[in-house]
Design a protein. Structure first.
Ligand SMILES: Nc1ncnc2c1ncn2[C@@H]1O[C@H](COP(=O)(O)OP(=O)(O)O)[C@@H](O)[C@H]1O
Ligand SMILES: [Mg+2]
Lengths: 314, 384
């Protein structure tokens, strides 16, 4: 009935109707641009322009304090890949990230599961585990310096009571990166836990009921059947955030080791900081920053392209 | 010995009493409907039956064996949830297979990668696949087996949920408002299908609903629950014609039963609008009672005929029948009568009529809501 009514419309009526539709669409488009304009402007000024500036700097030999500079093409990048410090720093950052990410994600998940299953003291434990996130890492670094001190530190004192000679945690090149990673895990577990707790509360209770009726008797079976798959999107997000945070490690290095001993804790941000703010080689530091950004972007793209399809089920 | 029985179940959350001494049982092959307004404790009772929750008192029996303390996985119950509760990351086929896989495959065989190398897995899996396909075919969802719940309509999801419950032979089926998320057409259709499925499998079923027409049309026996109590547990006909409690009478039947406040006179007669409509109520004269009369048990007569004088206030045409609302002296909100369209074509708002009521259509309830038994000699008092 509808179709015939439309077919019976005179051609003139149809064009009027179409023009009205076109006008409405144009008006809507104008309003959309107006509403989005402030956000677009802010993105350009605060994110895109600075990034572009860094990229332009990376093609120059600009040094802070000197008036003139030349465009030197990709020379900075060529120098970078022959720079032993930079390569060490890349490797150290990768090792640090490879330790911190899985541990902080799985410990965060474990703590969230424990807190979720506990009814009493839930708020207390949540707060305790979140404290490291809220505390100032620079201030806490002094505490770690004391804790891990080779002679007066309580960690080694305890180890020696067990008859183990503790290492010089932050002072030996074989243990320094692991020590920093432990501090990094300590700091990010709470944050991951909060994200996982939020993810857990979003799981419908009836799914667990269905799993129990279907024969999932133990908590491991319920975890496999319901919790783990339902947490997929959360886990992907937490992992992404954890990787980004680990790659950005800086405060502990700056306050505790300054990249040492013997470049054993030389990490990306520390190297960029040294080149840019100590040696004032802005152009060279910018090239490192571009590499750093590219690294993060590739990582995120891979994670989302590959995994996103596997964790969202609709 | 019943196939499945809930005996004297009580449950409270804090000081809130949710279930109060509830007993229900299902014989072999019986379809029981548990009906009541929302919030009356139906889901709570069903969760206790499944073992997902525990009562404060009472016991649960399956085929003469007490299962009160057993884990849901050991109870051999199957449940269909109102939200369907399908696993969103699994396809329909995998969803339906879960109850079988959980029971027939060992933990080792179910391991993601390792499981492949455990002996006997492939035979067991082939058997599961076969069973899933058979169940899916009987529910006409075999073409959906590769889809995930997110890619299915509500009705299709509902079928997958049914299939997951049906795929093994449980000791009892528990269904919690399985049709309430479907549109009206599909609901009536699926209603019949569930009854058919039940006939075929013969598994005792407890079916929860808040829709009285669903309960009456599907079940062998209906338990009407209100405020955590079972007010009556009887066949649909008994629930409708012989309600034990005024709340049961009000809850069952559409349009709702007419309830009229009245007082008993000498020899137990109940007066309505100045006329005795029924007698035989035991107890002293002057007792306040409630008189219940179903809309289809009142006949409309022309003005002046014997009966109770009333004025038509509204007519609602429903196709095969017409609902006539009338106002009579002492009838509070008005009396609703269900009539055939041909019989009322001459009536309009304001038409005077007479209401003819048979004594055996009168249900008398006491002040406490309980049905008042009439003496066997109760007779028609609005004389024809
Ligand atoms: N976990 C709970 N804690 C406290 N009260 C609850 C809980 N679960 C249900 N209730 C209460 O129990 C009553 C019955 O709930 P329910 O069994 O879901 O009713 P129905 O299924 O009949 O609609 C409701 O008043 C509800 O608020
Ligand atoms: Mg309910």
């Amino acid at each position: 009935m509808h179709e015939t009514a439309i077919a019976n419309l005179l051609p003139a009526d149809r064009t009027t109707a179409r023009q009205a539709a076109i006008r409405a669409a144009k008006r809507e488009e104008r309003v959309a641009w107006q509403l989005a304009a402030p956000a677009i402007l802010l993105i350009i000024v605060l994110i895109l322009l600075p990034t572009l500036a860094v990229f332009v700097f990376s093609l120059t030999n600009y040094e802070l304090g000197y008036d003139d500079f030349q465009f030197i093409g990709l020379d900075n990048y060529i120098e970078l890949f022959g720079d032993r410090t930079f390569l060490i720093s890349l490797k150290n950052t990768a090792v640090y990230t490879a330790i911190v990410t899985p541990f902080s994600v799985f410990i965060g998940l474990g703590v969230a599961l424990l807190i979720e299953s506990e009814t009493r003291g839930r708020a207390f434990f949540r707060t305790v585990y979140f404290l490291p996130v809220a505390s100032l890492l620079v201030a806490m670094a002094t505490v770690f310096q004391y804790l891990l001190h080779p002679t007066i530190g309580p960690v080694n004192a305890m180890l020696s009571m067990l008859g183990i000679a503790g290492p010089n945690w932050l002072g030996s090149s074989s243990t320094v990166l692991t020590s920093l990673a432990i501090i990094g895990i300590w700091q990010s577990v709470g944050f991951n836990m909060v994200l996982f707790l939020a993810g857990l509360t979003a799981i419908p209770r009836e799914l667990y009921a269905a799993a129990e009726v279907d024969g999932a008797k133990g908590s491991w079976e319920r975890f496999r059947l319901v919790t783990w798959p339902m947490l997929g999107p959360t886990t992907l997000f937490v992992t992404t955030i954890s990787v980004i945070n680990a790659v950005k490690v800086f405060e502990t290095v700056k306050t505790l080791t300054e990249g040492g001993p013997n470049k054993a804790s030389e990490v990306l941000l520390w190297t960029i900081y040294q080149e840019g703010f100590v040696y004032l080689r802005v152009g060279y530091a910018s090239a490192m920053t571009v590499i750093f950004l590219a690294f993060l972007i590739v990582l995120m793209l891979v994670q989302y392209r590959v995994l996103d399809r596997r964790v969202h089920y609709t | 010995m019943s196939a499945f029985a809930l005996r004297n179940i009580s449950k409270s959350y804090g000081t809130n009493s949710i279930l109060n001494d509830v007993s229900i049982e299902a014989e072999d092959g019986e379809f029981i409907a548990l009906v009541g307004p929302s919030g009356c404790g139906k889901s709570t009772l069903l969760r206790i039956a499944a073992g997902l929750d525990h009562g404060d008192a009472g016991s649960i029996w399956m085929g003469g064996r007490e299962i009160t303390a057993e884990h849901p996985a050991d109870r051999n119950v199957a449940m269909v949830f109102q939200s369907y509760a399908l696993y969103p990351h699994l396809t329909a086929e995998q969803n339906i297979a879960v109850p079988l896989a959980m029971r027939t495959l060992s933990t080792l065989q179910r391991m993601p990668l390792l499981g492949r190398f455990v002996a006997g897995r492939s035979t067991a899996q082939a058997a599961i696949k076969q069973q899933v396909l058979a169940t899916a075919t009987s529910l006409k969802i075999d073409h959906l087996l590769d889809r995930k719940p997110g890619q299915m309509s509500g009705g299709q999801r509902q079928r997958v949920a049914l299939a997951r419950a049906l795929v093994r032979q449980p000791g009892v089926f528990l269904m919690d408002e399985p049709l309430s998320n479907l549109d009206a057409n599909l609901r009536v259709h699926t209603r019949a299908e569930i009854v058919d499925l039940h006939r075929r499998t013969g598994v005792p079923t407890i079916y929860v609903t808040h829709d009285q027409s669903e309960a009456l049309s599907m079940a062998d026996r209906v338990a009407v629950m209100m405020g955590g109590k079972v007010l009556q547990f009887a066949s649909p006909a008994d629930i409708y014609d012989d309600p034990r409690h005024v709340e049961v009478a009000k809850f069952v039947g559409s349009p709702r039963i007419n309830i009229i406040d009245a007082v008993t006179a000498d020899n137990g007669a109940v007066f309505f609008s100045g006329k005795a409509v029924v007698d035989g109520v035991t107890g002293p004269a002057g007792t306040p009672v409630q008189l219940g009369i179903r809309p289809e048990r009142i006949r409309l007569r022309p003005q002046g005929a014997k009966g109770i004088a009333a004025i038509v206030t509204r007519l609602e045409f429903l196709g095969s029948e017409v609902l006539v609302t009338t106002q009579a002296d002492g009838a509070g909100d008005g009396i609703v009568i269900k009539a055939a369209p041909a019989d009322v074509s001459h009536l309009g708002a304001g038409s005077p009529v007479a209401l003819q009521i048979d004594a055996d259509a009168c249900l008398v309830f006491g002040q406490d809501g309980l049905r008042v038994p009439l003496r066997a000699t109760a007779r028609i008092a609005v004389d024809a």
